[in-house]
Design a protein around this ligand. Structure first.
Ligand code: ADP
Ligand code: GN1
Ligand code: MG
Length: 370
């Protein structure tokens, strides 16, 4: 048996799926914080072929079968709509699940892990850090188009794969609880970050309040629109395929646009420790707005549009809070590579929040004239 660092025999699991050739290897792949992802190499009659195999983290996603039912619905709808509209490269433009030998859309292993396998999208990359305004534009256009594609998803409301995922006040309450408990005695190492978070308590409910009173609409949204969750063509930099569909569920488009601001306007990585490098760059924001409005103009309401800059600040704060909470709780949620990783990530997010706050009027003026 060949097990990986995570202790799973991915090669054996790959054999449970209908792959078109002899399976050669399965190796860890990507830089996601939640699931275990593997690249599977296969020798097919017409040459080498690759697949993506993933184990769903069921500590994070407590109802993995509901999650997979969502993913299957979303993939099927997106693919058939692309085909209907005559998209010549539909195969490359949406994730497609590979069936198991039993004809299922996912595999349950002997110890209850859920596994799924996708066709590999070739010649495209998910970037951890934005390198050009063209990339920001392409990413925003793709996530906007993805929302548009799902506007008529049949079959009723999707399952909430993580309840209250973007309920920022609930995230804040969890942070306060972790702080009060300080179970690992770490609060003393994060005094400025804790003060920064506490000082922003009054802003956390803007979007959830508006969703509740109907001034913002609920839509089918992606909810994890960080830059590396859209694959960009290696040659043209065009947006090719939106990936990581685990959190596609009812939500606000503002959190989707906001996470693009968080991950596509700063020249620094999410865990950059040199905070001098962290900043919101207005030209990148401009490219995001342009790309996003191009694909969402048909449905975006004036209130949604108006809140686009604030959304960038709100979700950057929310994700910073989540990293800080995970740090206080002893690193149980996000994968870490060093002891202070979650604290470093929180610091980076909060530095970016400050940069957004300083430029909010300019960002709002830009949106108003676009
Ligand atoms: P996580 O939830 O852990 O972030 P993702 O679904 O985003 O997992 O996958 C992790 C990485 O694997 C992605 O960032 C991307 O680089 C790569 N990846 C995922 N699906 C595909 C695919 N179908 N084709 C090519 N690469 C993929
Ligand atoms: C996680 O799965 P991944 O790495 O794309 C997280 C997001 C965070 C992100 C921060 C299910 O995303 O919510 O914004 O890390 N996903 C989940 O990088 O919690
Ligand atoms: Mg991902």
């Amino acid at each position: 048996m060949m097990t990986t660092a995570a202790g799973h025999d991915a090669l054996a699991i790959a054999h449970k799926f209908v792959l078109s050739g002899e399976i050669v290897s399965a190796s860890p792949y990507g830089s996601g914080h939640i699931n275990d992802t593997y690249k599977v190499d296969v020798k097919a009659d017409d040459g080498p072929r690759r697949y993506v195999l993933q184990r769903i983290n069921h500590n994070v996603f407590r109802r993995p079968d509901e999650l997979m039912a969502n993913v299957e619905r979303v993939c099927t709808h997106a693919y058939s709509k692309l085909k209907e509209t005559g998209e010549p490269n539909a195969e490359r433009r949406t994730l497609r699940l590979i069936r198991t030998l039993n004809g299922k859309a996912w595999h349950v292993d002997a110890i209850g892990n859920r596994w799924r396998c996708y066709h590999f999208i070739e010649g495209a990359t998910g970037h951890d850090v934005v390198r050009s305004a063209e990339q920001a534009y392409a990413a925003a256009k793709s996530f906007g188009a993805f929302q548009s594609l799902l506007a008529d998803l049949p079959g009723g409301r999707l399952h909430e794969t993580i309840p209250d995922f973007h309920h920022t006040p609930a995230r804040f309450a969890r942070f306060q609880q972790a702080l009060a408990q300080d179970a690992h005695g770490r609060a003393a190492d994060a005094v400025p970050e804790i003060a920064f978070a506490l000082a922003r308590a009054h802003e956390v409910s803007v979007v959830v309040d508006a969703l509740r009173d109907g001034t913002l609409p609920e839509r089918v949204t992606h909810n994890d629109t960080k830059l590396n969750n859209v694959l960009l063509d290696d040659i043209t930099q065009e947006g090719i395929c939106v990936i990581d569909l685990d959190t596609v569920m009812p939500g606000s488009v503002l959190y989707d646009f906001g996470d693009l601001v968080r991950t596509s306007t700063s020249p620094a990585a999410e865990d950059e420790t040199d905070l001098a490098k962290v900043r919101m760059q207005l030209p990148m924001f401009e490219a995001l707005v342009k790309g996003y409005l191009e694909s969402t103009r048909g449905f975006l309401t004036p209130k949604e549009k108006e809140l686009l800059p604030f959304a960038g600040k709100l979700i950057t704060f929310e994700i910073g809070l989540r990293f800080l909470t995970d740090w206080l709780e002893g690193d149980t949620y996000f994968k870490i590579k060093r002891p202070t990783h979650n604290l470093d990530r929180a610091r980076t997010q909060f530095k970016l929040v400050e940069s957004i706050e300083a430029q909010l009027p300019a960002m709002q003026a830009l949106v108003a004239r676009t």
